[in-house]
Ligand binder design. Sequence first.
Ligand code: MG
Length: 176
Amino acid sequence: MINKKMQDAINKQINEELFSSYLYLSMSAYFETLNLKGFAHWMKIQAYEEQFHAAKLYNHIVERGGAVNLLPINEPAHSWKSALEIFEESLKHEYHITKCIDDLMNLSLEERDHASRTLLTWFVDEQVEEENSFTEMVEKLKMIGDNNPMLLMQDKEMLARTTTVDVLNPQGTAQP
Ligand code: MG
């Protein structure tokens, strides 16, 4: 059985992950308005993977006899100045999520909740991947700068992103 303190903190993290999904979906919609279909596709997959993160936490609470309490999701921004600005904001957001995961991990240690600690280890590793993939994109977009033909080439490349995660099977351990 999960304790109340840990349960509340994980419910808060479900909200963080669902906000992340909302934010990336909003970014995807913005890329659609620019006709950058590859970037839109990449961000839509990112949004889906955030739902998977939420589902993993949700599942953990359910499996341990706790109560999932869904909280209001904040409204994300709707427009940005450039693709670079979008990825810089995303990277900053992922730094924030990493801090949330680290705080949750610290709480699991204080509470001696080893089941939560094991689950959170997955998230700690996942955040290394997330920060890395957004950093790579920021660096690429800085190199592309105002070169529109290069931006269109990058857009094509973004279409290749796939995912192996399944929101309906959150115990799957496949790394996105
Ligand atoms: Mg996430």
